[in-house]
Design a protein around this ligand. Structure first.
Ligand code: HEM
Length: 125
């Protein structure tokens, strides 16, 4: 049973987190190699739009939006959350100047990690 817990929940959780960080590093590396780091500066905007879009799930859950399958909203929320984090991580790059922006990034990562934990807890429930 312990083995299956590791295979079903713990490893997929760390794999999804590693995939996100790996994808961010890869996209950032490609932008650096292509001398197109400026693109990353603009990725904050679609990232924020995706964060706003992923609120659709909360609105559906609280019945502020009344139509649509709640499970579809949840799946969309999960995918948007992943994509949004990728865009914002590439946007932040490896530049260390503004403390406030980094605090925002840390808050986002805490949120994303707790969201990923939630996915596996929900599957178990
Ligand atoms: C409308 C959305 C956004 C815009 C227009 C925007 C704009 C910018 C710009 C222009 C910079 C470069 C500043 C510089 O090089 O001096 C920057 C850096 C940064 N942004 Fe954003 N941003 C947005 C969203 C976000 C979000 C949602 C986060 C984190 C959750 C974030 C975190 C950061 C970080 C960590 C940096 C690097 C700061 C540093 O140099 O230390 N940004 N952003």
């Amino acid at each position: 049973m312990k083995g299956s817990l590791l295979a079903r929940e713990i490893l997929p959780f760390y794999a999804s987190l590693a995939l996100l960080l790996g994808a961010a590093l890869l996209v950032d590396a490609v932008l650096h190699l292509a001398d197109a780091v400026w693109i990353g500066r603009w990725l904050g905007i679609p990232g924020v739009l995706l964060i706003l879009g992923s609120f659709g799930h909360s609105l559906r859950k609280r019945k502020i939006i009344r139509s649509g399958n709640p499970i579809s909203y949840l799946r969309l929320h999960e995918r948007m959350g992943w994509a949004e984090s990728l865009l914002v991580l590439v946007h932040t790059g490896i530049h260390f100047n503004a403390l406030l922006a980094w605090l925002a990034l840390i808050a986002m990562l805490v949120n994303v990690t707790s969201g990923l934990t939630g996915i596996y807890l929900l599957q178990r429930a």
